[in-house]
Design a protein around this ligand. Structure first.
Ligand code: ZN
Length: 213
């Protein structure tokens, strides 16, 4: 889970929290905070989605997470395994919706997103920062399901499924561009397939040419 080691979230949140604690954050402030944490959370999501479906491996990766930083480290390995499976499900559904340019999330993905948001009741406390004067709220680092839910939803255009069906690198990848089709490791594979295709085409037209002669 290399992306986790590079997790800049804590830093970003600390930076954003320089204002005095009694400061009532407005939606504009919070949008900026969401923008800042998007890249590190996308990196984290990519790592989680590509973990194998094994409680031992997920547990081993979980142990490198700093416990004070995130509830991903303090939930049971079984819970984290379940979250990884849910993430793959939501990822696949949102990626398909983005391809069809549809906005409404329905079915299982909708249910999962809802359970992520409702993991903890919305009250000022360890899981939410609620700013009553401005009517705004923000999940804390002890509420990663909500952080992931929002980042997933906002970045659905960039949640990619690798076009190489035998992808061993990152079947779930963050698309550098909306029309990216392959993870970084498989881009070479794609280039090779194109070369093969064009060579086959050339051979075919050469054969046709011969047939006419
Ligand atoms: Zn791939």
């Amino acid at each position: 889970m290399d992306a986790l080691n590079e997790l800049k979230l804590e830093q970003q949140l600390r930076g954003a929290a320089k204002k005095p604690p009694e400061y009532q954050w407005t939606q504009t402030d919070l949008n900026e905070a969401w923008r800042k944490i998007t890249a590190p959370i996308l990196g984290l999501m990519e790592s989680l989605a590509n973990l194998p479906d094994s409680v031992e491996i997920v547990g081993a990766n979980q142990r490198i997470l700093p416990r004070e930083l995130t509830d991903l480290a303090t939930m049971s390995p079984k819970e984290l395994l379940e979250l990884c499976g849910q993430l793959r499900e939501v990822w696949t559904a949102l990626a398909a919706l983005a391809d069809q340019q549809k906005k409404l999330v329905r079915g299982k993905a909708q249910d999962i997103l809802q359970t992520w948001w409702e993991s903890y009741p919305l009250a000022d406390g360890p899981h939410w920062n609620v700013y009553y004067q401005t009517g705004t709220f923000f999940p804390t680092h002890r509420n990663y399901r909500a952080l992931i839910a929002r980042v997933c939803f906002d970045n659905r255009d960039f949640l990619g499924r690798c076009g190489n069906l035998e992808c061993k690198d990152k079947p779930y990848f963050i698309k550098p561009r909306r029309n990216s089709k392959f993870c970084k490791g498989c881009r070479r594979y794609d280039a090779l397939q194109r070369v093969k295709k064009s060579q086959a085409k050339k051979r075919q037209s050469a054969r046709k040419g011969k047939g006419r002669a």
